[in-house]
Design a protein around this ligand. Structure first.
Ligand SMILES: [Zn+2]
Length: 134
């Protein structure tokens, strides 16, 4: 991802900010200029629930350049409805199951971004009981 795009999407990638349509209530992530449900353009910032369930997942044999292996990608169905693609972390591939609960954490995504700095963003992991969160 190039630098301007990264900064423009920073809110979305750090806080899971989507957009909620004031007309029909549909929630979109990543943000779109118009509602997919009704075509409305009156959209408000909507912080998505940082929890969801694994909709599907895949283990990529080779991690993309700059990413740490193993590279576990999942489609996570958020409590708010949108399904987003995200990396899974803090879990072994054999322990992942369709439908399992996951929560968002902000983690280092790439060792070095295209401009030589660390890139942070969201990943998902199994929920950690309160008091044990790292
Ligand atoms: Zn709408």
């Amino acid at each position: 991802m190039d630098l301007p795009r990264y900064h423009r999407l920073r809110g979305a990638y750090y806080r899971l900010e989507g957009r909620r349509c004031t007309g029909c209530g549909a929630v979109a992530f990543p943000p779109r200029p118009a509602c997919r449900g009704c075509g409305g353009r009156e959209l408000e910032v909507h912080a998505l629930a940082p929890r969801g369930r694994v909709h599907s997942f895949t283990e990529m044999a080779t991690a993309p350049r700059g990413f740490d292996p193993p590279h576990l990608m999942a489609l996570v169905e958020l409590e708010d409805g949108p399904i987003i693609a995200a990396q899974l972390t803090d879990i072994d591939p054999e322990d992942i199951a369709i439908g399992m609960e996951v929560e968002m954490v902000t983690r280092r995504i790439q060792e070095k971004g295209p401009h030589g700095y660390l890139v942070y963003g969201y990943k998902f992991r199994p929920p950690v009981p309160r008091g044990e969160a790292s």
